[in-house]
Design a protein around this ligand. Sequence first.
Ligand code: HEM
Ligand SMILES: *[C@@H]1O[C@H](CO)[C@@H](O)[C@H](O)[C@H]1NC(C)=O
Ligand SMILES: *[C@@H]1O[C@H](CO)[C@@H](O)[C@H](O)[C@H]1NC(C)=O
Ligand SMILES: *[C@@H]1O[C@H](CO)[C@@H](O)[C@H](O)[C@H]1NC(C)=O
Ligand SMILES: *[C@@H]1O[C@H](CO)[C@@H](O)[C@H](O)[C@H]1NC(C)=O
Ligand SMILES: *[C@@H]1O[C@H](CO)[C@@H](O)[C@H](O)[C@H]1NC(C)=O
Ligand SMILES: *[C@@H]1O[C@H](CO)[C@@H](O)[C@H](O)[C@H]1NC(C)=O
Ligand SMILES: *[C@@H]1O[C@H](CO)[C@@H](O)[C@H](O)[C@H]1NC(C)=O
Ligand SMILES: *[C@@H]1O[C@H](CO)[C@@H](O)[C@H](O)[C@H]1NC(C)=O
Ligand SMILES: *[C@@H]1O[C@H](CO)[C@@H](O)[C@H](O)[C@H]1NC(C)=O
Ligand SMILES: *[C@@H]1O[C@H](CO)[C@@H](O)[C@H](O)[C@H]1NC(C)=O
Ligand SMILES: *[C@@H]1O[C@H](CO)[C@@H](O)[C@H](O)[C@H]1NC(C)=O
Length: 600
Amino acid sequence: MHHLPLALYLCLSVFTHLSSAYTWPSPQYDALEGLLYEGRKSDGSSLSSIVHPCRKRTGTLASIAAEWLRFAFHDMATHNVNNGTGGLDGSLVYELDRPENFGLGFNQTASDFENYPNKLVSRADIISIGAIFAVATCGGPIIPFRGGRIDAYSAGNFGTPQPQDDLGSLTTSFQNQGFNTAEMIKLVACGHTMGGVRSSDFPELVPAGPDPNVPNIANFDTTTQFDNAVVTEYLSGYTKNVLVVTSNKTMASDLRVFQSDGNSTMRSLTSASTFASECQSIFARMLDTVPAGVTLTDEITLLPVKVNGVQLSIEEQKLVFKASLRLIQPINATANAKRTVTMLWCDKYGSAAACKGATRSSLPVNTLSDDPNISPVTLNLGYYFINYNFVVPIDSAASISKFWFQVDEHNGTAATTYNNGGSGYVLPQDQIFFVPKLSHVDNVQNMTYTQVYTNRDGSAYTHVYTIVAAVRNDTTPSRVYVNGFDSSVHGYPYYVNVTVDLALNSSLSSGVPGYNLYSGIVNDSGYQLTLDLHATSGGATYTQDFVATTFLDNTPYVAPSTPSNAAVKSSGSRSSFAHVFGWTPVACSLSLIVALTFWR
Ligand code: HEM
Ligand SMILES: *[C@@H]1O[C@H](CO)[C@@H](O)[C@H](O)[C@H]1NC(C)=O
Ligand SMILES: *[C@@H]1O[C@H](CO)[C@@H](O)[C@H](O)[C@H]1NC(C)=O
Ligand SMILES: *[C@@H]1O[C@H](CO)[C@@H](O)[C@H](O)[C@H]1NC(C)=O
Ligand SMILES: *[C@@H]1O[C@H](CO)[C@@H](O)[C@H](O)[C@H]1NC(C)=O
Ligand SMILES: *[C@@H]1O[C@H](CO)[C@@H](O)[C@H](O)[C@H]1NC(C)=O
Ligand SMILES: *[C@@H]1O[C@H](CO)[C@@H](O)[C@H](O)[C@H]1NC(C)=O
Ligand SMILES: *[C@@H]1O[C@H](CO)[C@@H](O)[C@H](O)[C@H]1NC(C)=O
Ligand SMILES: *[C@@H]1O[C@H](CO)[C@@H](O)[C@H](O)[C@H]1NC(C)=O
Ligand SMILES: *[C@@H]1O[C@H](CO)[C@@H](O)[C@H](O)[C@H]1NC(C)=O
Ligand SMILES: *[C@@H]1O[C@H](CO)[C@@H](O)[C@H](O)[C@H]1NC(C)=O
Ligand SMILES: *[C@@H]1O[C@H](CO)[C@@H](O)[C@H](O)[C@H]1NC(C)=O
């Protein structure tokens, strides 16, 4: 064993690996993980809060969770295992005029979901995440989620089962979807534990209530929660499920399904925990039933340590770098008030480039704890998030090559370093980036919809975005352009995918030496435009991928405080921002760790 210098030994002892195979940047994983575990998209608007906590639609008895779960089943149910067509692909929004998709709940769910899809989170992924939220928020199991579904932009085949179908047709329909008889029974029992049948949709099954404007709903069981009451009430003979007890046996599809194997599958579900685990696995299969040719991602698991909101930008004539570190905190434990989190980084250019000799550091500008209710999935796992938000000025002559974090609990154990599994969080390029603070959006034109649903305001706008990008002057680009994508278009008519060239705009001044500003106009009729910005120079194309236009990140610039932690204390200064960041002599720098790894 080599004798290591003490400083290097200490570096090694605080070096930790993330357990998962995940490395940053993984834009699709980050986007899917963010929506599932934070419940919201980048502008803060929350998908999960529409359904959580196990909500009913305002002014009605309808369970939003039940509507979302049924939506996923009906989107999937046209899958055909023999030729690979159909499956969870979002085609349901084009099939709502079909008798097999009767129900106001579908139209309302489509309206709930329309603001959430984007380039990396498909409409069909939203439908899956919606079903997972629905089950989790009403007390059901956490269904494992994989992403990467690909959307259909037109109606698909018919084939969803209907209550008047005979047992042979029902069995064949499920067989075509890829489910045998026992699996069919589980799917129906697990589905029909929430919600019920509406008088407005099935007047032959449910009589209208006193108010003609409020549908009467006959619930499948006596509880609104996701539980096995649907099974136990059926087996006891006291069920009120109209699809079992209706006097017109032609419509008693649940009775036909449930007793199709002599009730044996239903009897196997009498334990609450068996019901939960069987529903968990059959729903995972339901959500992962996709058209042939679609490859789903690995399971999207909660990242215990996540870097969010990374951007280099220009604000108030300064080059700034923003990032936040998201840590999980068990709900049942008290967060450590003494914890300090430090961001460290290295220059990209100049004498200290690529961590040769010194690193810079900063404390967060603020620390924000999320409400444990942001996502029912994270809540059920027993965690909430604490976000450490960093905003630091950057000298454009030095720029930034990579960054990482140190978390010190001040409890007698050495600080933990989070450095992306050893490589640091490396910024791919600083040649081109979006400048939200100089960009803006105008809403023009007023298209009025004929139908008004829960989350639709009755009008839509064409958004005219003025996009400003900063480009490093040594790039001397032959072309600067932006690709804009938006699939959150109300009514789901199409998606927007446009490419627009940006031109050098001398009337705009960056105030930052070495950066020029380019601008152009992107028109969009959707609600979640994301941008890929490109600069072509010689044979190279520099890209900033998947930037949200929710600038809508209007967090005002705040100068961060100087680190108080001795390990990262400033020991000198050489720039106009010296009051802000430290110039640390041989901190536990990345280059050291990397060098050491090779040396051993
Ligand atoms: C034999 C196959 C099935 C038939 C014939 C059937 C039929 C029905 C009918 C007639 C309704 C009432 C809808 C309304 O009034 O708006 C309903 C509701 C529902 N179904 Fe099914 N269903 C079947 C399978 C499934 C499966 C496999 C699931 C799994 C997710 C499911 C989930 C639901 C849910 C959650 C509701 C309640 C919706 C609400 O309250 O808004 N169904 N089903
Ligand atoms: C696939 O099978 C379904 C159901 O049998 C049928 O409706 C559809 O036309 C078939 N599609 C192709 C491309 O063969
Ligand atoms: C739902 O939307 C479809 C398609 O626009 C329409 O045909 C149907 O009448 C709507 N259903 C309800 C209950 O509004
Ligand atoms: C029972 O339901 C079926 C299917 O909806 C319908 O055709 C039939 O007329 C109904 N029978 C009675 C007696 O209402
Ligand atoms: C299944 O159970 C239900 C409810 O107890 C009962 O009405 C029905 O007769 C049973 N069917 C069979 C085939 O055992
Ligand atoms: C917090 O919850 C975890 C997981 O359920 C459990 O192992 C732990 O003992 C709990 N801690 C406290 C302080 O209650
Ligand atoms: C300090 O906190 C860390 C992180 O919670 C923990 O792993 C470590 O065991 C703690 N050390 C002591 C001495 O309590
Ligand atoms: C735009 O739509 C809103 C809401 O429907 C309506 O009140 C307003 O008059 C419309 N404006 C124009 C210019 O059409
Ligand atoms: C959007 O346009 C880009 C550039 O033309 C293209 O590469 C991409 O495949 C398009 N995406 C979709 C979903 O059509
Ligand atoms: C330059 O930017 C300003 C402000 O965004 C804009 O009004 C102007 O139209 C742009 N000029 C050109 C030539 O694009
Ligand atoms: C880029 O900007 C820097 C700082 O203003 C300047 O020193 C340099 O000459 C410029 N380079 C080019 C190629 O314009
Ligand atoms: C974008 O919208 C503006 C304002 O309505 C219009 O002047 C311009 O021609 C549109 N550009 C494109 C490419 O459609």
